[in-house]
Write a protein that binds this ligand. Structure first.
Ligand code: GP9
Ligand code: MN
Length: 638
């Protein structure tokens, strides 16, 4: 190598500038290609270019506070962490269509479990995300060109002044583009778009700390306001459906259908039904074809939370991991007071989604998790035990439960990336859109359907069927917006925000042996299942805060609210994404004015629910109710 060249390469500022440029270019490349940020104008484009620079200079600049001896190591460590944060978001986004939040990171303490998915989510081109790190490390390893980053104090001060300058420009432009960006935090994509990925993570960490402090400062007055709201809403509290008590004393079986969306029900692929058993079962049950999931980042666990508590999950992270030690008033605990044995059954290990801890707070007597099953390489795929052996092996457990039981079965095979590992699992050919996940989805849904068929057979053979009511629900979407192209091919129409909202429908089938059932068109969501189930059992709510309504109640408001602030009623669809309003039956976009009340209501209700969870407000419930009752008593006696 030419001597001048070597000399030049060993200059500290050359190395520093090269590293900054590498990281800047890489971050910009990710912002442009890996995430869907919907850049709307030139200003936003400009913001996107400059956002990474302030945080890159700031963090890499921190290495100047280390002694010159340690500086190179400190520098590379920071560089590596930033690259890792970027790449982790890229991979996470491919599946979740969302950015990582600190609570989510903490809940995936078992990253090993994501092994299967993670592999499918990495691409060969991802080498680009690590090439720069390799070059920089090599640069530092070769003694002949090893630079020493020793700058004058003035230079360092200038670097930090540049940080401040860029940050100020960035923040003021962002404020103009999106007023109150930092206060209204529903949308992580906007934060990343306008603040950059690294600043977003700083913001997220501050928010997480703030969240934990909310519990400390919460007081019981907040609860009275929420109780007033809940009691004033149409049909929310104590309004019975016409089947109140019709399943009194029966066992309750809940089945969580992994990633199962409603569009597969009664649909054919290659002339074959995708869910033949569920289709027949729906005919012989109460089948809700306007039922939506209300989940957020907590996915399966959010669905479980919604169903047991009639409270919403959180806007960030999963309540199962962030607030597992709260006081709750959940269905398992309530039915237990009425003589039930509440249990949960799932073939994954107990700590996934922090279930082992949360279930104790919700009042489950026992959690039959992976350790209770015989799980081998042959009988598992993806996350673990396949659904058919799961149900087969669950039967002896069920038979031995004290009756009546409230048993939740959580299926798992129909999970992204929708893998089969045995020909006998493939009962239908994959679709042919060319999008692997979508194509395979139909096969794993078909397998899941077969497992439910088997489960019903076994329940009948074992004499459990006739004394049991069955509640089957899809936990959340399986096909994200990243697959809109393939989905529009399947559905034969363009996927606008309206269709996207409609795709959040999941099947709900309530099967009561001996009762005929019918298709129910009331609009509802997972939030409504707690009162619906309790009422079927003839149990009335008391001392409770719940946001759902009995799905069988005639005068209930036919509506549901999504975790992202969208809302669906029998007439309108408000899509929070894009802030759009639609007529529900025609799908035509209409004036946003019509949806304004829906948007307000959704925001208010979600805020109330978040207050309950963040503030752990149910711990005040007994004293608050008692005070109200005392007040009423004194008023009555006056
Ligand atoms: C894990 C299973 C899947 O135990 O419930 O969880 P998900 O990724 O769908 O939330
Ligand atoms: Mn799930």
């Amino acid at each position: 190598m030419n001597k001048d060249y070597k000399q030049w390469l060993s200059k500290g500022w050359v190395f520093f500038a090269a590293a900054v440029l590498f990281l800047w270019a890489k971050t910009y490349y990710a912002l442009q290609t890996a995430f869907t940020l919907d850049i709307e104008n030139g200003v936003q484009q400009f913001i996107l270019v400059i956002t990474p620079i302030s945080s890159i200079l700031f963090f890499l600049g921190l290495s100047f506070f280390f002694s010159p001896k340690r500086r190179n190591k400190a520098f590379m460590t920071i560089y590596f962490i930033m690259s890792f944060v970027l790449y982790a978001n890229v991979v996470y986004y491919r599946f979740f269509n969302d950015f990582i939040t600190l609570p989510v990171l903490m809940q995936y303490k078992n990253f090993g479990d994501l092994g299967g998915s993670a592999k499918a989510l990495t691409h060969p081109m991802d080498v680009l995300y690590w090439l720069d790190t390799v070059i920089l490390v090599a640069w530092l390893v070769f003694k002949k060109i090893r630079p020493t980053m020793e700058f004058r104090k003035r230079t360092v001060a200038m670097i930090f002044a540049t940080v401040l300058g860029f940050a100020a420009v960035n923040l003021s432009l962002a404020e103009v583009e999106r007023p109150q960006l930092l206060v209204r935090t529903f949308d992580r994509a906007k934060l990343v778009k306008l603040l950059g990925i690294y600043n977003y993570h700083i913001y997220d960490s501050v928010m997480t700390a703030k969240t934990s402090s909310r519990r400390v400062f919460a007081d019981s007055n907040e609860l009275s306001e929420i109780l007033n709201y809940v009691n004033s809403q149409q049909g929310k509290m104590g309004v019975h459906g016409k089947y109140f008590g019709k399943a009194k004393g029966k066992n309750v079986v809940l089945v969580s259908l992994e990633s199962t969306q409603n569009f597969v029900i009664n649909r054919k692929l290659h002339g074959q039904e995708i869910t033949p058993f569920l289709n027949d079962l729906a005919d012989d049950s109460f089948y809700f074809d306007n039922f939506y999931h209300n989940t957020g980042q907590g996915k399966t666990s959010d669905a479980e939370f919604l169903i047991d508590n009639s409270l919403y999950g959180l806007p960030r992270g999963a309540v199962y991991t962030t607030n597992a030690n709260n006081e709750y008033n959940a269905t398992p605990e309530i039915v237990k007071d009425h003589g039930y044995t509440p249990v949960s059954l799932h073939g994954n290990h107990a700590s996934f989604w922090n279930r082992d801890v949360m279930y104790q707070s919700l009042g489950y007597d026992h959690f039959y998790s992976k350790d209770s099953y015989n799980v081998t390489d042959e009988n598992s795929v993806n996350y673990g035990l396949k659904d058919i052996p799961f149900f087969e092996q669950s039967m002896p457990i069920v038979k031995n439960l004290d009756k009546p039981y409230y048993a939740k079965f959580i299926t798992m095979t129909n999970h992204y990336p929708y893998i089969t590992n045995d020909k006998s699992m493939e009962m239908i050919d994959p679709a042919d859109t060319g999008d692997g996940s979508v194509d395979r989805y139909f096969q794993t849904v078909r397998y899941e359907d077969e497992s439910i068929k088997k489960f019903f057979q076994l329940m009948k053979e074992n004499g459990e069927y006739k004394d049991t009511i069955f509640v089957l629900y899809g936990d959340h979407y399986g096909i994200s917006e990243n697959h809109n192209r393939a989905m529009s091919e399947i559905l034969g129409k363009e996927i606008r925000p309206f269709e996207h909202v409609q795709l959040q429908k999941v099947p709900l089938i309530i099967h009561i042996p001996g009762m005929k059932g019918k298709t129910m068109d009331t609009v509802g969501g997972e939030i409504d299942l707690k009162p619906t189930i309790l009422h079927l059992l003839g149990i009335d709510e008391k001392n409770d805060v719940q946001f759902g309504t009995d799905l069988f109640a005639k005068n209930r408001e036919s509506a549901t609210i999504f975790r992202d602030g969208s809302m669906v009623t029998d007439k309108y669809v408000y899509a929070a994404e894009g802030n759009k309003c639609y007529d529900k039956s025609s799908g035509e976009e209409i004036d946003m004015k019509t949806c304004a009340p829906l948007k307000d209501k959704a925001d208010k209700e979600l805020q109330y629910s978040d207050k309950v969870v963040y503030g752990d407000l149910l711990r005040f419930l007994d004293s608050e109710q008692k005070e109200n009752q005392d007040k009423k008593d004194t008023e009555a006696s006056q």
